[in-house]
Design a protein around this ligand. Structure first.
Ligand code: IFM
Length: 482
């Protein structure tokens, strides 16, 4: 194929993926670098295993983590769905291995591995050397169970964005049902009937193992509920099983305190040393366990990466209404951003909370992780999940896009320093360009789509629709269509 044809094919393939940030050239450039790597990370069909560093470096031996399902896949589902489907196919083809892993652990359903390669069994190393050269045990392969819910979450997000009914009724349903069965048999009920998950690791790997990780419990709850909903239209799940899932979901404790509006990260977190990493570290991101020692960090409230806050990002309908701001205020100064996955999630949430200065600062960190080698781990390859988090912060956070029920929700927050944010996505087969300017949002679609813009529901046809955004809290008034 000639170079010009290659270019045309590449442009056609990715026409729904560009992002323009008008008013911030540095962020624009860094964002395009992230898009470039994300675009190159997955195949269009067959199955695609996306390692934590893609194909750019040796770190983590190319293994696939939740980085793929949670951070990279959403970009593909919303811009180039065939590639997202290929990533899901990687999981679908390893479902039998995940079932074997569950059986070997004495539980039902399917248990996906924390780190996987070609075979689909768990390949997490059992020990490693930390940056000070000390040999340390690695327990994530045994205990970081939330990966199983992330696979289900990725399948559901793909269904929500694409409306792929064949996948939803077939392999998607199977993934959701088998992951729900895993949680159903792993939950233990105490004498009061409350459900618990003991001995797990949440995203914050500084604390391991813990009981009742709010993140893991709420993701498991979401998994059980979503499986009960989706499996109504697919074979193999009885009404009794669905009711059992819903009952267990209801029973799970989640550490939420209605008086403070805060989720306790895990049972006993509040009793740890109240060390605020933002006050003691010279800068963030910081590898807090290296700075302060593993044991000190383990006994303190220093959080490695977005943990409770990941819930507000991934499953906002599953957390208590109005709990974003209190949790952001509580956990943000406690978070070291010791993982590159973290600042982009904070950026997205700051944007959702309307705190756009904090959002831009966090986004800048996420976007410059590889450019400035902020974690000094760049030699191992680029941090694909961080790049995915940059896209998510811009599209889910600032532009406020979300596939919810039968519609695409658009609820933007534009920082004052930006004159416009222009993003492109593909929602249920329709290419949609979303241009946010101060006070307005313009949607250009190449077909039909139901949208909800700051509270107002509208059915778009092909063409341009403009909505006023007089005040994000008060909603939008439609200006013109055509
Ligand atoms: O998946 C991540 C994890 O959340 C933190 N440590 C690195 C892994 C691979 O990027």
């Amino acid at each position: 194929m000639l170079l010009a044809e290659h270019r045309r094919a590449w442009a056609a393939r990715w026409e729904s993926a560009d992002i323009a940030i008008e008013g911030d050239e540095d962020l624009q450039l860094a964002t395009r670098l992230a898009l470039f790597h994300l675009m190159g990370s997955a195949a269009d069909h067959g199955e695609a295993a996306v390692g934590a560093r893609g194909l750019t470096g040796h770190a983590y031996r190319g293994h696939v983590f939740w980085d793929a399902d949670t951070f990279v896949l959403p970009f593909l589902a919303a811009t180039h769905p065939g590639a997202a489907r290929a990533m899901l196919e990687y999981r679908v083809r390893r479902l039998a291995t995940a079932r074997d892993a569950a059986r070997a652990a004495g539980v039902a359903g399917a248990r996906f591995p924390w780190e996987s390669a070609d075979g689909g069994d768990d390949v997490t190393p059992r020990s490693g050397r930390d940056r000070a050269g000390q040999v340390v045990p690695i327990r994530t392969g045994e205990d970081e169970l939330h990966i199983t819910a992330q696979v289900a979450w990725a399948a559901a997000l793909y269904i929500d964005w694409t409306g792929d009914e064949e996948f939803a009724a077939g392999p998607g349903c199977e993934l959701l049902a088998e992951t729900a069965r895993f949680w159903a048999s792993r939950i233990r009920r105490d004498t009061t009937g409350a459900g618990h998950l003991y001995g797990v690791i949440g995203p914050d790997e500084y604390h391991e193992p813990v009981d009742d990780s709010a993140f893991t419990n709420v993701m498991a709850r979401w998994n059980l509920r979503r499986a009960a909903e989706v499996s109504q239209t697919c074979a193999g799940v009885s009404g009794d099983e669905r009711r059992h899932w819903l009952d267990l979901a209801e029973s799970l404790v989640d550490g939420y305190d209605g008086r403070t509006g805060i989720y306790e990260q895990f049972a006993g977190f509040y009793g740890l040393e109240p060390l605020i990493i933002a006050e003691v570290a010279p800068r963030r991101p910081i590898t807090a366990d290296l700075l302060l020692g593993r044991e000190r960090v383990r006994g303190s409230q220093v959080v490695k990466q977005a943990d409770v806050l990941m819930l507000h990002h991934l499953v906002p309908d599953e957390v208590a209404p109005d709990s974003l701001v209190p949790n952001l205020e509580y956990y943000e100064p406690r978070t070291a951003h010791g993982s590159s996955l973290s600042p982009g999630v904070h950026a997205s949430l700051f944007a959702r909370a309307g705190m756009t200065d904090g959002a831009v600062a966090a986004l800048r960190l996420a976007a410059r992780i590889d450019l400035d080698d902020l974690t000094a781990t760049g030699a191992g390859g680029v941090h694909l999940a961080a790049m995915g988090s940059v896209w998510q912060a811009l599209v889910f956070g600032f532009a406020g896009l979300r596939a919810r029920d039968d519609r695409l929700v658009v609820d933007p927050r534009l920082p004052t320093a930006w004159s416009a944010l222009d993003v492109r996505v593909r929602y249920r087969g329709t290419a949609i360009r979303v241009r946010v300017e101060p006070g307005s949002v313009r949607l250009t679609a190449d077909g039909g789509a139901r949208v909800e813009v700051a509270g107002e529901v509208a059915d778009l046809g092909a063409g341009v629709s403009e909505f006023a955004l007089p005040d994000a809290a008060r909603g939008a008034a439609r200006l013109r269509e055509g």
